[in-house]
Design a protein around this ligand. Structure first.
Ligand SMILES: Nc1ncnc2c1ncn2[C@@H]1O[C@H](COP(=O)(O)OP(=O)(O)O)[C@@H](O)[C@H]1O
Ligand SMILES: [Mg+2]
Length: 362
């Protein structure tokens, strides 16, 4: 039998657990500015383990002019706390990150210490921008779907009436009813595409490279082998639970755009990798499959970039603007994320598909 924990024990346990699970990085310095404690978020931020960090001088891991030794020591002398909003940190070989730093003094039994708290601002900004984008996209999609439904019903009636009428009239006059029927069919076709994919997904364990190879073949057939496809696959990727047809359609829409955009020296690179600790729809996903489709075309026009995934956004005269919207729907059905970065000469579409326990990945 365990003795009942006291309130004091509970409190200690809470404190330890909270420090372990905090999203912000916490670093404690002694009065010589040597690191005495880091929580796991700080280990992740500074890219070193607690073992390697404890005891070393703070400025051996952290370089920034605005957070000088003098300023930190002043906190101990005067108790003057500070918060710096947008501090850029360059840590080892990683690209710079922007953090908010708060510094305050804390008194312990063995003397005064400085408590530093880091919040990664660019990460927060990116997550909220992504959430906003996704909501906007859903609103646009729902609006168009609603509209498409409203058009579809009377359209059926119109076509039916034209068919009935064609039985009553002379064959010369039938030219007109045929025209009505043809145009109604054309509109129905468009409306169906606006309504988007409506079949339920059929998930199966699949090797993603097999799916990509099919897309390569289709693209080569469509473009008479005019486009160079470069494969950069990670052969160690596990199988993943997907609806093959849907993922194929999602990627094909992206690759078709790339093939239309590139000119004679056109190149499309298919890259696959494992990605860890990604945020997908504001959830942290430990393990994901990352598929990148990179082309060397002219890039996506700037004015399209913010609304690229909305239905009916197109930069081409005869485009419907539905391709990427459909890709987005299909990737969402897989709890994944579709994103894009583009500049002249390099456009990259990235698909993240979470690998979960159900995916049997060890
Ligand atoms: N790889 C790319 N390079 C350049 N522009 C692109 C690329 N992918 C998409 N686009 C732009 O995004 C637009 C929207 O694409 P999409 O939703 O498939 O609709 P559509 O192809 O019918 O125009 C395209 O018209 C094109 O202007
Ligand atoms: Mg397209």
């Amino acid at each position: 039998m365990h003795p009942m924990p006291t309130t004091q024990d509970n409190k200690l346990d809470y404190q330890q657990q909270i420090a372990l699970h905090l999203m912000s990085a916490v670093v404690l310095l002694d009065d010589k500015l040597a690191i005495q404690y880091v929580n796991p978020a700080a280990e992740a931020l500074l890219l070193r383990s607690a073992k390697k960090l404890i005891g070393i001088a703070f400025h051996d891991v952290f370089f920034n002019d605005s957070i000088s030794d003098k300023r930190l020591l002043k906190i101990l002398a005067s108790g003057q706390e500070f918060t710096d909003n947008e501090v850029t940190l360059r840590l080892s070989d990683r690209s710079p990150i922007t953090v908010e730093i708060s510094a305050s003094s804390v008194e312990f039994k063995n003397g005064p210490h400085i408590l530093l708290e880091f919040k990664q601002v660019d990460q927060l900004k990116q997550i909220s921008a992504e959430t906003f984008q996704l909501h906007q996209w859903e609103a646009a999609r729902d609006l168009i779907k609603g509209l498409a439904h409203e058009i579809k019903n009377p359209l059926g009636g119109l076509r039916g009436a034209a068919q009935l009428l064609s039985r009553e009239i002379t064959s010369e006059q039938q030219e007109y009813t045929t025209m009505i029927i043809d145009q109604a069919d054309r509109l129905t076709n468009l409306v169906d595409r606006l309504l988007g994919p409506n079949q339920l997904a059929k998930f199966k364990m699949q090797n993603i490279h097999q799916v990509l190879e099919k897309i390569c073949q289709l693209t080569q057939l469509d473009h008479n082998n005019q486009i160079k496809i470069i494969r950069d696959y990670d052969p160690s990727l596990p199988e993943i639970l997907i609806d093959e047809d849907k993922i194929q359609q999602a990627i094909l829409n992206i690759v078709n755009n790339a093939a239309q955009a590139v000119t004679h020296d056109g190149e499309i690179k298919f890259r696959t990798r494992i990605a860890t600790n990604q945020t997908i729809n504001s959830k942290l996903v430990k393990l994901a499959l990352k598929i990148s489709l990179i082309d060397n075309g002219p890039g996506i026009p700037l004015h399209l970039q913010d609304t690229l995934f909305y239905p009916m956004v197109s930069g081409r005269d005869n485009g419907t603007g539905l391709g990427l919207s459909i890709s987005q729907t299909l990737i969402n059905q897989h709890q994944g994320k579709l994103s894009c970065t583009s500049r002249p000469g390099r456009t990259e579409f990235t698909i993240l598909l979470p690998i979960t326990k159900e995916n049997n990945y060890e």
